[in-house]
Design a protein around this ligand. Structure first.
Ligand SMILES: [Zn+2]
Length: 135
């Protein structure tokens, strides 16, 4: 089944929490979500779709991480993003029209054209589909 990809797809079924924990261990980063040295922030991070994948951008280093709607949390895995308080671990916001956005983008046969950024409306996406002959 064609889907917008999330952490689970990109890590063979691992949850975001499990993947972030194992990745942090292998990268020698603070463990997200509780260990001293991990910045737990109220700063909101927003999800976007890039070439058919749900991603989010770190506001500190502009690196991107795969994310998943089931676990609306962002953890920066960039080892160069270390800050005095540790890598960013923050709430992640998905658009309330997430399912509709995914459906419109999944009509596009080429996954590299499945892109959505915060601020793009459903009407914008439908107009792009129409302009490219996608039903
Ligand atoms: Zn970062």
């Amino acid at each position: 089944m064609d889907e917008i990809l999330t952490v689970r797809h990109l890590t063979r079924g691992q949850s975001l929490r499990k993947f972030s924990r194992s990745a942090a261990l292998s990268l020698r980063l603070p463990i997200p979500g509780g260990q001293k040295g991990t910045e737990q922030s109220n700063l909101l991070v927003y999800a976007r779709i890039d070439q058919g994948r749900w991603l989010a951008d770190c506001p500190h280093c502009n690196g991107s991480e795969a994310v998943e709607p089931d676990t609306p949390l962002f953890y920066c895995l960039n080892s160069l993003c270390r800050r005095p308080t540790g890598n960013l671990y923050a709430p992640l916001r998905f658009p309330k029209e997430r399912v509709a956005i995914e459906q419109i983008l999944l009509d596009r046969p080429n996954p590299t054209t499945r892109n959505w950024r915060r601020g793009e409306s459903l009407a914008d996406l439908r107009a792009e589909n129409a302009a490219h002959g996608v039903a």
